[in-house]
Design a binder for this molecule. Structure first.
Ligand code: ADP
Ligand code: MG
Length: 379
């Protein structure tokens, strides 16, 4: 599958390009991977697949409420790549990177997101997920606030900076913003766009009728997100409760063309960057009402499918990847093809009040990409 295939079908591109080319964007991160266009045409090696998929865990600090209630630390970051159980240190998991509770979102961005954004600006599809139970820090990580901007605003700013730094290419950026609630796709940029269909053509899957807006500045893109939040399916009274029951996908579609030294217009790249705040991964077993159980079963199914798809991406022998088992994975099929870059950021609380749910998140993350524990084994 080529990097030109995209998940959300693009409208006809306008001739208005913001001026920019994509140069190689340096980062201090150890996780950064560089994939050249040639790599995209040749078979994907296991090493490359593993590099394309990074799995990280981010701890939040104990909340004031957890501290008031006398909660203790149950899980902690043991070095940069291992999470360990305080009461049973032999229970430990390794990841590409583990971020402790004092790590800033900026640092998480530089390590686990910047290379995905840089790749997307070069024509390589990218997807960044925040996965975890409700109140573990997904929205803090993806959206953040004024004081601590999240990965979405940082990515949007980064994209426009790359445009400025790349005068040899012209860029056109478009955004869309959607919600998947109970396996129904709703357009957050267009209140009339409810229950949209996912369709497929020779270029891949796309959402029929989704609104895409050309954006000319970071502030413009961020104002669209703010407007989209107003259109969330969930009522404002129980926004916090229900917002944890839906997945939201913010997509930046990036089109760029080389300015072509011989006047032929050069090459054209088309790629998508999907930034996803997933529904809370808590188990729905304890739910008693029918509505909650139904929501929970849809969420569990789509998150389970997501885990299966990501884990199969790093397994070249996997014959069948079950993209069609959920709207989320079907929609992202082109981006999750193994050639795109994927960053799964799993958010957790260290608190002893949530030991089992945190353990479930850690197991999910480990299953998505198995990494052997190397250091601090015999602590
Ligand atoms: P989720 O979206 O997973 O339900 P939130 O992002 O809303 O969780 O986080 C729950 C609360 O914890 C919020 O008040 C948020 O500001 C705070 N929080 C989450 N992660 C962090 C962090 N890394 N550092 C400081 N506060 C955090
Ligand atoms: Mg949230």
């Amino acid at each position: 599958m080529s990097s030109k295939q995209i998940g959300l079908k693009s409208r006809k591109s306008s001739s208005k390009y913001a001026n920019l080319p994509v140069s190689s964007t340096k980062s201090s991160s150890k996780l950064v991977t560089q994939v050249s266009v040639d790599d995209l045409r040749s078979p994907v090696s296991v090493e490359r697949l593993k590099e394309n998929v990074t799995v990280t865990v981010r701890f939040r600090p104990l909340s004031p409420r957890e501290i008031r209630q006398g909660e203790e630390i149950a899980w902690y970051a043991d070095g940069e790549t291992t999470v360990r159980n305080e009461n049973n240190p032999s229970v430990a998991y390794a990841y590409d990177r583990v971020f402790g509770p004092t790590t800033t979102t900026r640092h998480v961005y530089d390590t686990a997101a910047h290379h995905v954004v840089g790749g997307a600006m070069e024509g390589i599809n990218g997807t960044i997920f925040a996965y975890g139970v409700t109140s573990s820090g997904k929205t803090h990580t993806m959206h953040g606030d004024q004081r601590s901007p999240g990965i979405i605003p940082l990515a949007v700013k980064d994209a426009f900076s790359i445009i400025q730094e790349t005068p040899s290419r012209e860029f056109l950026l478009r955004v869309s913003y959607l919600e998947i609630y109970n396996e129904v796709v709703n357009d957050l940029l267009n209140p009339a766009g409810q229950n949209l269909r996912i369709r497929e053509d020779s270029q891949g899957t796309f959402v029929e009728g989704i609104k895409e807006e050309v954006v000319l500045s970071p502030a413009h893109a961020l104002s669209l997100i703010a407007a989209g939040e107003e259109h969330r399916h969930v009522g404002s009274t129980n926004f916090n409760l229900l917002s944890s029951r839906s997945h939201t996908i913010f997509t930046l579609t990036i089109e760029s063309s080389g300015c072509g030294e011989n006047g032929d217009g050069g090459d054209v790249n088309l790629s998508q960057l999907n930034l996803i705040d997933l529904a809370g991964s808590e188990s729905s077993k304890a739910e008693t009402t029918g509505v909650r159980r139904k929501e929970g079963s849809y969420i569990n199914k789509s998150l389970l499918t997501l885990g299966t798809v990501i884990s199969k991406l790093t397994d070249v022998r996997a014959a069948h990847i079950p993209y069609r088992d959920s709207k989320l994975t079907r929609l992202l099929q082109s981006s999750l093809s193994g050639r795109g870059r994927v960053s799964l950021i799993c958010t957790v609380t260290p608190s002893s009040s949530n030991t089992e749910e945190t353990h479930n998140t850690l197991k999910f993350a480990h299953r998505a990409k198995k990494i052997e524990i190397q250091a601090a084994q015999n602590r």
